[in-house]
Design a protein around this ligand. Structure first.
Ligand code: NIG
Ligand code: FE
Length: 413
């Protein structure tokens, strides 16, 4: 199937020479072709340019995108969309005055989700997760990472990762799997945290690696969860089996998790709501992508990642949803981009770079996704009629998406 999209008002994120990521000042540059065409051959981007240079094509289908913006689909590098049930009661408890930490200390939070997941048959878990995946694809997500971490036992972690494997098989977008057994200490190990970490290292990681069920290893490096020393042990064990670190750090406290991540060549360090100057310094010159999750800050009313300061210091930044039942029950990248502009004071160009090319980097997908480049997969968003791309974050909360294409196939009606 060959598709020609013509009369595009703005074609965004056009990179003839693909870049791995954009950092600092470069993030202000979002390359755009006005009044453009885009030609898709089979699953990939074959050609693009100005309408006046449109060559003869062998298109079987022509889409007229007059008044519309066309851009690479969002690259959401941090989610937990495989989970069972919901946690609306905790949401109400927080409105009534309890904090996220207080709820967790009472056995709610991650342990609440672990209990629900344990009781949910694998097929049911798959159905619930597939529904979420379809919802986020319809909102323009064209590449995603999914973590385990609501299992907290070997069997339940494997169950989650098998569900991710089934999603990978049944859906056309790239899905990266991350093992997050170190999400919390499960209730049955409350008095034996070393025992749980030994289980992670000696049983879970080898079992997962043997079955090839994950590419990345994650740890919730945070007060009350896992210390930097424990994080190091787990990352080293993962690395011995070829798992690349991608970790939760600095959500509530700065305890040195960023430094631990960089030391172990983490692909990304995520959350970063609490950043010290030394944390920003540590990231300079590293290959580790800092990832901000503004809808988590929004939902929990915690500080926003100091993205402005980080980009001004020359760092790259990626944006992701953190879609999960506790801290961010939303997988809407459009909202993430708008919230980053509104609350973190980054520009639409910076936010769109953060949510496409830099998101792709944080999943090891820069060569195939995240920009309009010849030969990359045709995972694309066609917006409704809008005056220009800044309208996407400006008119926040509205649905601006007309059509989503995944590997050159229209997936929205
Ligand atoms: O990324 N911070 C740790 N993990 C998730 C939330 C987990 C939960 O509350 O279920 C997060 O925010
Ligand atoms: Fe998370």
């Amino acid at each position: 199937m060959n598709i020609l999209i013509k009369n595009i008002r703005q074609l965004l994120q056009v990179r003839d020479t693909p870049v791995q990521k954009v950092s600092g000042r470069e993030m202000k540059n979002l390359p755009v072709i006005e009044n453009a065409y885009l030609y898709i051959e089979n699953n990939t981007i074959a050609d693009y340019g100005k309408m006046e240079d449109l060559p003869e094509t062998k298109a079987n289908e022509i889409i007229d995108a007059a008044g519309k913006v066309v851009m690479p689909a969002w690259c959401d590098s941090h989610t937990h969309i495989v989970y069972a049930g919901n946690r609306e009661q905790e949401f109400v408890d927080r409105i009534n005055g309890l904090s996220y930490e207080e709820i967790a200390n009472r056995g709610g939070g991650i342990l609440n989700s672990a209990k629900k997941l344990e009781e949910t048959p694998e097929d049911d878990l798959y159905r619930q997760s597939a529904k979420r995946l379809e919802e986020v694809i319809a909102m323009g997500t064209g590449a995603i990472e999914i973590k385990s971490g609501y299992g907290l036992s070997t069997d339940a972690e494997l169950k989650m990762l098998r569900v991710i494997r089934r999603l990978q098989t049944n859906y056309d977008i790239p899905i990266k799997a991350t093992f997050l057994g170190a999400h919390a200490i499960p209730a049955n190990y409350r008095n034996d945290r070393k025992g749980y970490i030994d289980l992670l290292i000696n049983e879970m990681i080898p079992a997962i690696a043997e079955k090839g069920l994950a590419e990345y290893v994650d740890v919730f490096c945070e007060k009350g969860y896992f210390t930097t020393e424990e994080t190091e042990r787990i990352l080293e064990a993962g690395k011995a089996f070829g798992l690349v670190p991608k970790i939760h750090v600095n959500q509530f406290h700065a305890i040195g998790g960023i430094q631990t991540g960089i030391k172990h060549n983490a692909l990304s360090v995520d959350h970063l709501e609490v950043m010290r100057d030394e944390d920003i310094e540590a990231l300079k010159g590293s290959k580790t992508m800092p990832v901000a999750l503004p809808s988590c800050s929004y939902f929990l009313s915690i500080p926003y990642t100091p993205a402005r300061k980080m980009i001004d210091a020359g760092l790259p930044l990626a944006l992701a949803t953190d879609y999960n039942p506790g801290s961010t029950p939303s997988g809407n990248m459009n909202f993430v981009v708008a919230t980053a502009c509104i609350k973190m004071k980054i520009t639409p160009e910076e936010a769109i770079n953060a949510a496409t090319v830099n998101g792709a980097y944080a999943m090891g997908l820069s060569d195939t996704h995240g920009s309009i480049t010849r030969g990359k997969e045709a995972n694309l968003i066609i917006t409704r009629d809008i005056p220009g791309y800044a309208f996407l974050p400006y008119a926040f909360g509205n649905n601006h998406i007309d059509t989503v294409l995944i590997r050159g196939k229209v997936v929205t009606p």
